[in-house]
Design a protein around this ligand. Structure first.
Ligand SMILES: [Fe+2]
Ligand SMILES: [Fe+2]
Length: 198
């Protein structure tokens, strides 16, 4: 990727509530199962973008790396689950992601930009969630794990904004990114409190 494409850092509108934190801390096993599924889906989503845009070299290179990192996160969370004798459950619908995706524009270029920016805000939310958990968890190893994951998800949201800037004018990216931050903020605020990533 060209060096002149600096990546925008996303500042989300809302932070995780105290209610959500309490809910996750009291139902942490349930959270882990959902978290594992989210990591697996993030890896798959990155690879499906590679498959959808095979001729876009910067995207291909960046998202193959990202898919591997997400797959590694998946492996790490599954290991934590195994230590606790937890089993994977069938995927649930993710109301947060589904509602976000309703805002993806039709039309090839608008669709492409929105795919990147929608992914960017989802990654930024992952970062916010994991950082929040790293501050409140008791177990030092798991605390450290979530801190590391938060840093990794920060890197991921920057990958997506950098890719957007690689393929679209900076002003357009910034304008649409601000719209995505608004959309995400509204959807996030209305999510039910559950022991889930979203
Ligand atoms: Fe991840
Ligand atoms: Fe990620």
């Amino acid at each position: 990727m060209k060096d002149n494409h600096t990546s925008a850092v996303i500042s989300l509108q809302a932070k995780s509530s105290r209610e959500w934190i309490e809910c996750v801390l009291t139902n942490f096993d349930e959270f882990l199962i959902d978290h594992a599924a989210n990591e697996r889906k993030a890896s798959s989503m990155a690879l499906s973008l590679v498959a959808h845009y095979p001729d876009r070299c910067e995207l291909r290179t960046a998202l193959i790396d990202l898919a591997l990192e997400e797959l590694n996160h998946f492996r790490q969370v599954v290991r934590l689950m195994q230590e606790r004798n937890l089993v994977m459950t069938p995927d649930e619908k993710d109301p947060y992601v589904n509602q976000l995706r309703n805002h993806v524009h039709k039309g090839s270029e608008g669709y492409f930009l929105d795919q990147l920016l929608c992914a960017a805000v989802i990654e930024a939310r992952g970062e916010e969630r994991f950082l929040t958990l790293s501050e409140v968890l008791d177990d030092s190893a798991i605390k450290k794990f979530y801190k590391t994951l938060a840093l990794s998800e920060k890197g991921h949201h920057q990958v997506f904004t950098r890719l957007a800037q690689c393929y679209f004018p900076k002003d357009l990216v910034n304008q649409r990114l601000n719209e995505w931050i608004d959309i995400e903020g509204t959807i996030f605020e209305e999510l039910p409190v559950r022991s889930r990533v979203h």
